[in-house]
Ligand binder design. Structure first.
Ligand SMILES: NC(=O)c1ccc[n+]([C@@H]2O[C@H](COP(=O)([O-])OP(=O)(O)OC[C@H]3O[C@@H](n4cnc5c(N)ncnc54)[C@H](O)[C@@H]3O)[C@@H](O)[C@H]2O)c1
Length: 331
């Protein structure tokens, strides 16, 4: 088996996947433009600074390192920003990914794992959401991911590329060994923002307390980043063993409200999380959680770290040890 190219491997989820791959002894090449990632998050793998839009460079890297599979994490992922700057999101997430795919098929790489998202579903018609739920994204971010999901079966028919699309719900937590964690700038995710509030940062804004849920706040599905990394290994094993292309949800299947997350952070931190209440955000469904029956049935994957306090605990530990995140900012 050749090397795995991890596009976006200097980012939050990609870096955890790289660690999991290295643990299984795979050779890994991280390819990242560091627009949002951190060099310090790349451990034990080759690093190439580059943009996924650069097909020629990608072809060189694939050849030089004997790459036989690709995991693709490199994308922008802020929903609100995608609404304000759809052109940038289509350029980076769609045009960029098509350029990466061009290199992949030109070099006859046969296996591709895509980071997709529950944002492809849009407003849920029913929960838990299974993979056959209609896909009607309600923002440009979700549309860019769905555009690539729609392209992949055509690439398979024409060029033989098999692909697994992993639709993550809310990625959360940090490497339990403390090596890696979440360091987005700006941070848009609930758990690190709640942790920042507990550590003396600005109060956590709770968007909407009048949803039709038990405590009035939104319910979401938090999946530990190490479980996501393990699912990538399972997907790669399946593809490399000749398995079929497929889309799989990745969640922990148990929804938690914003206030439950706040309470979990308070328990883990032993400190209060100051909050302020803001109106609902447009396009925030009341309830989003996954059915993961398909990936359990097909690939034998199930979440290992599904307890909310355990998820929050790993994140808290990382932020305690790394108050400035990775401590370097790319401009
Ligand atoms: N974080 C979540 O909760 C979540 C949920 C669903 C899906 N996803 C998807 O998972 C993937 C990874 O998310 P993350 O939280 O690790 O994000 P991240 O921003 O931490 O990581 C993305 C990485 O890709 C790199 N990158 C972006 N554009 C690039 C380009 N044009 N060329 C080369 N490198 C580029 C960035 O520098 C960064 O290192 C994304 O595709 C995202 O859409 C994330």
């Amino acid at each position: 088996m050749g090397a795995v190219l991890v596009a976006g491997g200097a980012g939050y989820i990609g870096s955890h996947a790289v660690k999991a791959l290295r643990r299984t002894g795979r050779d890994v090449v991280v390819y990242d433009n560091l627009s949002a990632g951190h060099l310090a998050a790349v451990r034990g793998a080759e690093f190439v600074l580059g943009d996924i839009a650069d097909t020629a460079r990608l072809r060189q890297v694939i050849r030089r390192h004997g790459v036989t599979s690709v995991m693709h994490f490199a994308a922008w992922l802020a929903v609100g920003e995608s609404v304000r700057d759809p052109a940038g999101y289509y350029r980076n997430n769609v045009i960029g990914t098509l350029a990466l795919l061009e290199a992949v098929v030109a070099e006859a790489v046969p296996a591709f794992v895509l980071s997709s998202t529950c944002a492809v579903y849009g407003e849920p018609e029913r929960t838990p959401i299974a993979e056959d739920h209609p896909t009607h994204p309600i923002n440009a971010y979700g549309e860019t991911k769905l555009a690539i999901e729609h392209a992949l079966p055509h690439y398979e028919r024409a060029y033989g590329l098999r692909a697994i699309r992993l639709r993550y719900f809310n990625a959360a937590g940090a490497d339990p060994e403390g090596d890696l964690g979440e360091d987005h700038d700006p941070e848009i995710h609930l758990i690190p923002r709640a942790i920042a509030a507990a550590r003396g940062g600005p109060p956590l804004r709770v968007f909407g307390t009048d949803y039709p849920t038990p405590d009035g706040t939104c319910l979401r599905d938090y999946i530990h980043v190490t479980d996501l990394a393990d699912a990538h290994l399972a997907a790669l094993r399946a593809l490399e063993g000749g398995g079929a292309s497929q889309a799989y949800n990745l969640g922990n299947g148990r929804p938690h409200s914003v206030l439950e997350v706040v309470a979990a952070v308070e328990r883990v931190a032993g400190r209060p999380v100051p909050t302020s209440v803001s109106p609902r955000r447009e396009g925030d469904p009341a309830v989003l959680y996954a059915s993961t029956e398909r990936i359990t049935r097909d690939l034998g994957w199930r979440p290992g770290l599904s307890d909310l306090d355990a998820i929050v605990g790993t994140a808290w530990q990382w932020h305690e040890r790394h108050p400035a995140g990775y401590g370097e900012r790319q401009s």
